[in-house]
Design a protein around this ligand. Structure first.
Ligand code: GSH
Length: 230
């Protein structure tokens, strides 16, 4: 993370979406400057760089227009540095399959964590926990098919889906602890449990994983700014 680098990343270290970009930069040895954002008081630079969503991450690359949305950013990084640690498979159908599952993870699976946070009432919370567990089983099947018996979704090394789901792991552990249940477990999702251990010890993610304290702080900010539902 060097100052005056050609690439600047607007972000906050607790964001799994920002962590994805950091993870891919590490995999590809892309130097960048991290510009920390306070989401409770967004900078002018963030608001003008991402006027549609006003969210992090945003990637600023030299004089190019800003790139927003984590999945778009990591695909951009793949395009500007395709030769170092490619994260996509080469076959178009496999690339499409990767994008399909990323869409599922972002739009169906992970939003359940937030739904669980804002939902009140024991019974309703239990029902959402069940939905999360069902989602984890769907992901186990996706892992089995996509990894083809290898260590990662990407095969022998970390690929696109490993980055996408891997960066949700710190939040997964936090949500498990907070709600006293297991999302990935040895009986229902044995392959993913093995995978989580591998991802967690991967060199390129180690400096990126937010600590539990950082996540707790962010969670408290969410509780303050996005209160609980009815
Ligand atoms: N779909 C977006 C999601 C990004 C996102 O939700 N970022 C959060 C931080 S984790 C944010 O900037 N929130 C600010 C807000 O909601 O105002 C992506 O993949 O980049």
């Amino acid at each position: 993370m060097t100052k005056n680098s050609e690439i600047r990343l607007l972000g906050t270290v607790a964001s799994p979406y920002v962590n994805r970009v950091q993870f891919v930069c590490n995999l590809k040895s892309i130097d960048y400057e991290f510009v920390a954002e306070n989401l409770a008081c967004k900078s002018e630079l963030l608001l003008t760089s991402n006027p549609i969503h006003k969210k992090v991450p945003v990637l600023l690359h030299a004089n190019e227009s800003p790139t927003c949305e984590s999945l778009v950013i990591i695909q951009y990084l793949e395009e500007i540095k395709p030769d170092v640690h490619p994260i996509f498979p080469s076959a178009p159908a496999e690339r499409a399959n990767n994008r399909f599952w990323a869409h599922y993870i972002d739009n169906q699976f992970f939003p359940l964590y937030e739904k669980l946070r804002i939902t009140q009432g024991k019974e309703r919370k239990e029902a959402i926990k069940q939905e999360i567990i069902e989602g984890s089983i769907v992901l186990e099947e996706a892992f089995v098919k996509t990894s083809k018996g290898k260590a990662y979704f990407g095969g022998d090394d970390v690929g696109f889906l490993d980055v996408v789901l891997g960066c949700f792991l710190s939040w997964t552990y936090f949500v498990e602890k907070e709600n006293k249940f297991k999302i990935f477990d040895e009986v229902r999702t044995p392959r993913l449990v093995e995978w989580t251990k591998r991802i967690w010890s991967h060199e390129a993610i180690k400096s990126v994983i937010p600590t539990n304290e950082i996540i707790s702080e962010f969670y408290m900010m969410l509780q303050k700014y996005r209160p609980l539902g009815a």
